[in-house]
Ligand binder design. Sequence first.
Ligand code: GN1
Ligand code: MG
Length: 363
Amino acid sequence: MTNSKLKEIAAQFKIEGTVRDVKQLGEGFINDTFIIETSDDAPNYILQRKNKNIFSPIPAMMENIYKVTSHIKKKIIEAGGDPMREAMTVTEAKDGKLYFLDEEEEYWAVCPFIDETIAYEAAETPELAYAGGKGIGKFQSMVSDLNEPLTDILPGFHNIRFRFKQWDEVLAKDPVGRKAEVAEEIEWIESRREEMLNFWKLVEDGTIPTRVTHNDTKINNILFDKKGEVLCVIDLDTVLNSTILNDFGDAMRYYTNTGLEDDTNLDNVSMDMEIFKAFTKGYLEETASFITDIEKEYLAFSAKYITYEQVLRFLMDYIDGDNYYKVKSPEHNLIRTKAQYKLLTSMEEQFDEMQKVVKELSA
Ligand code: GN1
Ligand code: MG
């Protein structure tokens, strides 16, 4: 994508000021992200090419984001806060749509860049994890009374029954002949299949309630202000109706890992109990007004559930020939599989203690 093309796309949106430059930002697994730099006092903006192979349909996804952010903004205004800093904003295209469709049928969306914020790549301290727990808890609390349904633009996301269906299909096909080489890793998945399905049945039969959830609660999806307080939850592509346990579990998969998601040195990878404790404390403080006993009972389990799901998804993508996640090497998805499995086993070893922590904090 040439720079002038990017500037042309930026010009399709209702942005303040004049566009000075558009530059690539980070390297997401799914979308392509750019920053629109404007001149003068106007804010900068984030421009994203949304991945239509994953989120479908994109216009419905943007509607979901709009519903959620509008609802949150109302709450922030009621509380006397700043709705432009404490919530994400969808910047409309000049024709009033929430996205721009280019001539290659690619979807683009823009939001203002919130400046003077910090995004952390890792939960380095319990204090940070505590703040993160409060951030996710507060997000869920603010949307807990959003009664409009969201469109399911990611059918089966964090639904292990659906993942097993994909898994069984990919294994039956073995499209690139990688299956034989990962027999041991496949067994990691198979040996826990029933345990995971038993949990999901409780969501399917309504024992565990379905609510509005974020579904991608890694720490860098929260912006902190300079005082270390949570300002705003971002990356709302995956807002869905699901169980709040998925948000908690995914955060724990990310925050408590002492290593990297794709660490090649498995000795680095383990679950940090102090981080688990701190996040859970913050989370339970903010969700106290609506969280039910059954949800609390499965909080610790949800960390294992989502980590397991991630092992499955990385391994499945490896066997499938790397079609979903962007990879930096042919082995990348297998490296991720092994590192996430190490994290899962560390959680399993510490599970009794995790349960105890949740019990004590919710007493
Ligand atoms: C993807 O693109 P990113 O980093 O926001 C994925 C998550 C995975 C994560 C693995 C829509 O998120 O579910 O947990 O990679 N998002 C989607 O790091 O599949
Ligand atoms: Mg994301």
